[in-house]
Write a protein that binds this ligand. Structure first.
Ligand SMILES: CC(C)(COP(=O)(O)OP(=O)(O)OC[C@H]1O[C@@H](n2cnc3c(N)ncnc32)[C@H](O)[C@@H]1OP(=O)(O)O)[C@@H](O)C(=O)NCCC(=O)NCCS
Length: 173
């Protein structure tokens, strides 16, 4: 049997391993302070992808104070496991958890316009380009905003702590 990957809720005890991973996948973007805040603010919206006892990806989401807009805040997958569908499963887990907010109308995400993997993954869940914000992260670092409009809330059988388990496809390259 091939390697299994599980996507499930992360815990504060995972914080150091998560920071180590993000320093490889996206240097100088995530830091302990930011990640700690996500755990404090949105403990049901931080997911990790694990194989064995190794964290190979994680992703965070949040909601605004009116609970009408959700945000996909950060995601990353270990370079060894990229391109095998885990990024999409981390989106799926966060969207399933966000659907628990009955008043949520939309989900927004900022993307680097050159980040093809991220944009493709988001498109496959129905996200569309909304607008560009100039100098979003400071001079010269524009960001595109992508949006997913949600259908009116329906009580469906989603669980924020759902475990999404599947076999990791072998690398094709
Ligand atoms: C963005 C990221 C999380 C995507 O995770 P992933 O596991 O590699 O993505 P998936 O395998 O689920 O693929 C997602 C989509 O991107 C495509 N894709 C994957 N790698 C790609 C690449 N290098 N170039 C172009 N498209 C790519 C896939 O084909 C898929 O598209 P599809 O639905 O049309 O088939 C991962 O590449 C990563 O960690 N990047 C560095 C950190 C980062 O940029 N994070 C996002 C901003 S916070």
């Amino acid at each position: 049997m091939g390697e299994q990957a599980t996507v499930t809720l992360a815990a504060k005890a995972d914080l150091n391993e998560m920071i180590q991973l993000s320093s490889v996948t996206f240097p100088n973007r995530m830091n302990v302070h930011e990640l700690r805040k996500y755990f404090e603010l949105f403990p049901q919206l931080v997911f990790k992808a694990v194989t064995g006892d190794k964290i190979i990806g994680f992703a965070c989401a949040g909601v605004d104070m009116y609970q009408t807009t959700g945000y996909l805040l950060f995601s990353n997958v270990s370079p060894d496991y990229q391109g095998r569908g885990l990024g999409k499963r981390l989106i799926e887990a966060r969207l399933a958890a966000l659907r628990h907010y009955p008043t949520l109308e939309r989900v927004l995400v900022t993307v680097n316009p050159t980040n093809t993997a991220s944009i493709n993954a988001l498109r496959s869940f129905g996200f569309v380009y909304s607008h560009t914000e100039k100098d979003y992260y400071g001079p010269g670092t524009d960001r595109d905003i992508m949006a997913l409009q949600l259908a009116p809330y329906q009580s469906v059988n989603l669980h924020p702590a759902a475990i999404f388990q599947s076999e990791i496809p072998q690398e094709t390259a």
